[in-house]
Design a protein around this ligand. Sequence first.
Ligand SMILES: [Fe+2]
Length: 195
Amino acid sequence: MAERAIPDLSLSLAYEVRLDEADVELGDRSLGLSDRHLLVEFSMLMVPAYPMETLNTAVRQDWVPVLAHPERYAGIEARYGLIQTWRDAGVVMCVNAASLWGRYGREAEWAARRMLADGAVDLVASDHHARPGRSATMRQVWDLLLEAGHDEAARLLLSENPAAILDGRDPLPVPPVDLSEGWTERLKRMVGRSR
Ligand SMILES: [Fe+2]
């Protein structure tokens, strides 16, 4: 159906791998978004006691970790400095679109917005999981970033960096996105209509 509606659309399958066991075997390269990049998450939606150790489970097996929804792990506000530590270690940051309008709570919204302002987000994704009610909202993020004049960030976060990762290339740096109060209100109004 998607193929008929959007002939240029190309779909590919990958996995969000939960790093809940030390030294889990990750040798199967087909698990990745590319043969270099592996989408990973921490268990229990909490920052683990030793997060870099956890991420190193993937690094040791020659993966570049793409950390799913870093903004959503409980405790991230108090330990926000970890975001830079992870980025310095080469971990790619993939934020959920709906975190930007508070769908996953106040802490996730705070962290997602702070990360955007710091230029610390590499890509924005839907976390759609084919679940009814969790609608893909990428177009809304695109429109809102463009409306606020962040064309370059929109292109990188929603198009070029995801494409680079699927291609096994490093994402490009994303300029800081300043979210003014007016922008936030506009975003909430727009999303509120379709939620
Ligand atoms: Fe997840």
